[in-house]
Ligand binder design. Structure first.
Ligand code: GRF
Length: 202
């Protein structure tokens, strides 16, 4: 399975995907990393692993690059832009996003990065977590694929919560990509199901 990753920042999720591919936990490889920010550290991570990288803001160009690289799945890994309908259409049910909260809580416009965790702590939540979902034209709105909970302790701060949630993000993102590679995900009426087993793989 060929994976394209769109990033805007540090790229720890990108790193988790690269590492899992290298360890063959995911039967696939990252073939393109595209950032809308030229100083994103995620680009360095791609360079370190000799993966094609590009800085691009024009979505038509991004679509062209991803098609040229023949990607089977596009991962938004800390990508701070809402995709156009054209992009979603071009990769129907092939784009996934990782979000650092339990969607639908603390998701949608304005909820990104540390702001999510600040809001969760300010609200006094006792749990938070991470969500991987398919992407549609809305912000954090597509069918949910996987979620995992983290407990919030009294001494947690937005920063410590962010670290806890990041660990869970890396774990569920790798699991989802593994399941996608093995063609085990099925979408029905807006819900995603994990098929018991399959021998198929790319
Ligand atoms: C993660 O918290 C992710 O859920 C969100 O942006 C952050 C990106 O972190 N969409 P990184 O760049 O993968 O370290």
């Amino acid at each position: 399975m060929k994976i394209g990753v769109l990033v805007s920042g540090g790229g720890t999720n990108l790193q988790a995907i690269i590492d899992a591919c290298e360890k063959k936990e995911i039967p696939g490889q990252v073939v393109a990393v595209i950032s809308n920010k030229k100083n994103a550290y995620a680009l360095e991570r791609a360079k370190n692993h000799k993966i094609f990288q590009s800085v691009e803001n024009d979505e038509e160009e991004i679509i062209a690059l991803l098609k040229e690289k023949k990607v089977d799945v596009v991962v938004l890994a800390g990508y701070l832009k809402i995709l156009s309908a054209e992009m979603v259409e071009a990769f129907q049910n092939k784009i996934i996003n990782i979000h650092p909260s339990l969607i639908p809580s603390f998701s949608g416009a304005g909820y990104y990065g540390i702001k999510v965790h600040e809001s969760v702590i300010a609200r006094g939540c006792k749990i938070s977590g991470a969500t991987v979902h398919f992407v549609n034209e809305g912000a954090d709105e597509g069918p949910i694929i996987s979620q995992e909970v983290v407990r919030i302790e009294d001494d947690d701060t937005p920063t410590t919560l962010q670290q806890k949630v990041l660990k869970v993000e890396h774990k569920i993102l790798v699991e989802v990509l593994k399941n996608m590679a093995n063609k085990r995900l099925k979408i029905e009426s807006g819900r995603v199901f994990l098929e018991k087993s399959s021998n198929k793989c790319d």
